[in-house]
Ligand binder design. Structure first.
Ligand code: ZN
Length: 204
């Protein structure tokens, strides 16, 4: 494959180091800002071409790529370009993932769900379920990076109980990014006296 994903993220200033308050309420020393990696279309294409190659080599047949808005859209669109497939996205309406904007799927249409990063895969799974309700067939999942809860194709690392992706479907990612996540009361960074902040709130 030949791509050092951590280096690509570092070069793009997308692997942030600090003391972050995650949307889950937990704290982490690192944060991935995938939009920064994808702000350069040439770099995005480099990554999705590599991902597309893995997917093609697996032999699975795909008609369409779908991403959950907002984070997955850039990665999914570029992957669709690399694979020469149609691209659609789902978005939340009153909390429920749904297809809008005139997008639809045919009965039996084979769809791969693409995210920028898969943590537990919750949003990807919801997008898949929304399309299944409309008759599509979900054939797999993909992301630039795997946070280490789910098992990507080609890795022997075990699946953690937090992974929500269906274990029988393939999940393609370029690499694993495994960071320690701390509950606030057990966070060593807090113990050292610094305060967690939300990524994006200090110009990142
Ligand atoms: Zn902390």
């Amino acid at each position: 494959m030949g791509i050092d994903l951590a280096q690509v993220y570092r070069d793009a200033g997308a692997l942030l180091e600090g003391h972050f308050l995650l949307s889950s309420g937990n704290h982490s020393q690192y944060y991935l800002q995938s939009a920064k990696v994808l702000e350069d279309p040439a770099r995005a294409q480099l990554l999705t071409d590599a991902l597309a190659q893995m997917i093609s080599e697996s032999g699975i047949e795909i008609d369409t790529i779908c991403s959950p808005a907002l984070g997955g859209i850039l990665a999914g669109y570029e992957l669709a370009r690399s694979l020469k497939k149609r691209f659609i996205f789902t978005e939340r309406v009153k909390g429920e993932m749904t297809l809008r904007r005139g997008f639809s799927v045919d009965k039996g249409e084979r769809v791969l769900i693409c995210e920028d990063i898969i943590t537990t895969g919750g949003s990807a799974l919801e997008a898949g379920k929304a399309l299944e309700r409309d008759g599509a067939k979900i054939v797999g999942f993909a992301a630039l990076a795997n946070r280490g809860f789910c098992q990507r194709v080609g890795s022997e690392k075990e699946i953690k109980p937090e992974c929500k992706l269906p274990h029988e479907l393939p999940f393609f990612a370029l690499d694993d990014f495994e960071f320690e996540i701390y509950e606030p009361q057990a966070c060593p960074l807090c113990k050292d006296g610094s305060q967690a902040y939300k990524p994006g709130s200090r110009g990142n």
